[in-house]
Design a protein around this ligand. Structure first.
Ligand code: PBG
Length: 324
């Protein structure tokens, strides 16, 4: 038996494998999520995300300088305020922690990478929901849009170049676009978390932002069972003017990512979320998997499925390795 066709030929040496690789991880397609906590004077570890910290303003500036030096594409900032209320006032306050941090970071590295901000109320509300509540205690979609409009203008004025709309309210992209344009911020871009699922893999993030949430987000985030709905959400956000679409989480939603990437006419990114990070770190700590290979394989899979860029807590580490 002499097989005529031998695919193994292209796998014979590291040089051959490298040459025929269809997917590469380039620092420019990595985005590093960063947490900044009001009142901190030194970084504080996040137990469920070993290696990730809540930053002070100073350590945040240092981290973004490192990110710029490593050549990564951008940073996504999350703020943790010291006081919270029902409407998330700190989110729209120009002196709120996220807006202050954005101002500081944009001034420092705004030319070297894209400074992005999470546009959602959950870090800022005392009930931990992504919007404001109505008299029955349910998230009020349209009242929340008013808060997002103000939050968007505050973030744009602080220097955010790309607003990450992660709240999953209906009509949020159109509402924010309209508010930005009315404020003369026509160049501020929108990254729509178009297909964002109600996921158990956000678990460690709740510790990272000291979440006040009791209950869940299933009345606004998508049901993990639904694939077509992901395409529908992505189509709506693109039609409302989103500049970039996001699928989130990444690893359990690669089918949705591939679907959206095949049909969208804007860039499509994916967010490798806190639980995806924590799982690999925890297994590696137990000696159960090869950490470096697992990290690279996971990010490669997300890119292979169609992501143009990946938000990952390993962005700096992957870029610093210089493996392109
Ligand atoms: C909402 C937001 C969340 C994450 C990013 N933006 C939390 C949620 O929707 O519950 C999760 C990111 C992660 O888990 O790494 N502000």
């Amino acid at each position: 038996m002499n097989p005529l066709i031998r695919p193994r030929r292209l796998r014979t040496t590291p040089a051959m494998r490298r040459l025929v690789a269809e997917t590469r991880i380039h620092p420019a397609q990595l985005i590093l999520p960063l947490f900044v906590r009001e009142g901190l004077t030194a970084p504080a570890p996040i137990e469920a995300m070993p290696g990730v910290v809540q930053h002070s303003l100073d350590s945040l500036k240092a981290a973004t300088a490192d990110a710029a030096a490593a050549g990564i594409g951008g940073v996504m900032l999350f703020g943790i305020p010291s006081t919270r209320d029902a409407i998330g006032s700190a989110a729209t306050d120009a002196d709120g922690i996220l807006n202050r941090a954005t101002r500081a970071v944009a001034a420092e590295v705004g030319d070297a990478l894209v400074v992005q901000t999470d546009l959602c109320l959950d870090e800022f509300t005392d009930h931990g929901h992504c919007g404001v509540l109505d008299a029955r205690g349910l998230v009020d979609n349209d009242a929340t849009l008013e808060r997002y409009r103000d939050m968007a203008v505050a973030q744009a004025e602080a220097g955010s170049a790309l607003l990450g709309l992660s709240g999953m309210m209906d009509g949020q992209v159109a509402a924010v676009r309209d508010a930005l344009d009315a404020a003369g911020r026509t160049d501020t871009a929108i990254l729509a978390y178009a297909a964002k699922y109600a996921s158990a893999f956000y678990g460690p993030f709740r510790e990272a932002v000291d979440s006040q949430l009791t209950g869940d987000r299933r009345t606004y985030q998508q049901d993990p069972a639904n694939r077509i709905e992901g395409l529908r959400e992505a189509g709506l956000d693109e039609a409302e003017g989103a500049d970039v679409l996001m699928v989130k989480p990444a690893m359990s939603y690669l089918d949705v990512l591939a679907d959206v990437a095949a049909t969208a006419q804007v860039p499509v990114w994916a967010y490798q979320v806190s639980g995806e990070y924590a799982m690999i770190e925890a297994a590696a700590r137990n000696g159960w998997i090869d950490r470096d290979r697992a990290i690279r394989e996971s990010v490669t899979g997300i890119l292979r499925a169609g992501a143009g860029a990946v938000l990952t807590y390993w962005a700096l580490e992957l870029a610093a390795e210089g493996r392109v």
